[in-house]
Write a protein that binds this ligand. Sequence first.
Ligand code: NDP
Length: 328
Amino acid sequence: MTTSRRITLATRPTEQVALTDFGSDEVELPALQKGEILVDVEYLSIDPTIRGWMAYDTYLPKIGIGEVIRSAGAGRVVESRNKAFPVGSRVFGMPGWQTRAVMSGGVPIPEGVSYEQALSVFGVTGLTAYVGLKDIGKPQPGETVVVSGAAGGVGSIAGQIAKIMGARVVGVAGSPEKCAWVVDELGFDDCIDYRAEDVAAGLRRTCPEGVDVYFDNVGGETLNAVLGQIKDHARIILCGAISQYNTGAPAPGPANLINAIPRRALLKGFIILDHMDRAGEAAAEMGRWLAEGKLQSRTHVLEGLDSAPLALQELFTGANVGKSLVRV
Ligand code: NDP
């Protein structure tokens, strides 16, 4: 008999995620059907979107009460009825918050790529930064790019890619330590600590000629401040709005949105699941940048399946620097 220990949804959050929103159980797993694999889950990717899946239907249906928390993750195949995933191979997919998962497939993790790399720079996080900039932001050499959530998983990679593309890059992050990291270690040109400085004032200080591209991970007041200082033909990459995910009711729209009209700005949202066919191209290019020392990837790892709810909470308090993971 094969069992799995799981973290499940107990109650739907309406505001901040609480540890009491989660339950746990141990279940017997069904025998494998043709094409399926049994995976020992070794790492979980902790993503802000899980907060949405717990509460409401979004681009995926909400998680059912009592169901395992839906999550990306990675692990080793321990039983296989799928020739593409032999026993012993490693796979990235959607196992959920549990110790073992029956999966119908996933993405093989190549030799030489660690789980932490597979779930950060080579995973959805890196791909999101890559596609957002390459397809929507398209920064030109010398243009000014602002990235919010700059010290987080997506933001830290997005800012570095914008530098590689030749832009001047200004981050927005929530502490002096985070700002120092993105400037001193990652090579951003400047950074606004939004908890210590008014963002509009910070933008006037760091981007006196205005903003060409904004990679938005947070929405809310920061988005509004940037919209007030965009240049003609600015591109706004609507990637995430984490400042809005825990509010009980939708916040009013940004007052400065009207500025997008005279500035002929483009605002475009995207969901990375629509762009998984770009994973190979992104991995090849980012792998080269990593090898050349142009790109760094940092992870924030909590230990043990039971730390997953805390890891999710931490995304909203800003305790993470880099991509948040749980080592199961
Ligand atoms: P991060 O690693 O960036 O973690 C979240 C960070 O958000 C925190 O570290 C915190 O940093 C910041 N934050 C939290 N609350 C607030 C707030 N109220 N105001 C401003 N900043 C806040 O997470 P990810 O890299 O995984 O995700 C970043 C964004 O990208 C999210 O919005 C996510 O939903 C989105 N996303 C979108 C995808 C898509 O397909 N469109 C795919 C993947 C991610 P600080 O200390 O700086 O406040």
